[in-house]
Design a protein around this ligand. Sequence first.
Ligand code: ATP
Length: 200
Amino acid sequence: MRIKRLEIYGFKSFPYRVSLPFPPGISAIVGPNGSGKSNIMDALRWVLGEQSLKRLRVRSAEDLLFAGDHGRSPGFAEVRLVLENDGGVPEEFRELPEIVVARRLYRSGESEYLINNRTCRLKDIHYLFLDTGVNPRGYGLIDQGEVGKFLERSPQERRFFLEELAGVSRYRANRDETARNLARTRENLARVEDILSEIR
Ligand code: ATP
């Protein structure tokens, strides 16, 4: 799943609709201090379902809405993430060439998520990205200063980081869950055998 475009409107420092294209290859966003580069990362995290205001670098949800004059005050904030569909998505989305995930926040405090212009639940967004490694908390999004932090980590911590990035930790979590289920099933089996031996 590749990001084709990020569209931002009324979110943080973006009073007008902007469309940021991400052509194949590497894209770099450059600009002077305070020009809104990190706000773009925040927009990406937000549309992917980030709930933590701290991670979005705001005190209240209202701070996510553009606050300023610029001759206008948008009634809502909207971020749309346009993705190229390479097929690694749940069955129901497989036929679509493009997937557009959107999140809106109105000044009234109401908010909504959309997939291809249809309102949906946050759960549906999570489901869409399941197994793709796209996740607002995942290591696919690396913040300023995190590269330095990575280099200062111990080899074990670095390994954990790389496994998370490579998606290995998901399999480890599955394996642990399966091991727990297996242990529970063994206990149940032992109980059944006890009961059977009593009956006999
Ligand atoms: P640096 O290079 O210093 O890290 P940056 O380009 O990443 O800077 P950001 O942190 O993305 O900059 O943007 C900060 C700017 O966004 C500030 O000027 C701030 O006033 C503005 N800003 C943040 N929230 C809002 C908002 N709700 N309404 C209007 N402007 C906002």
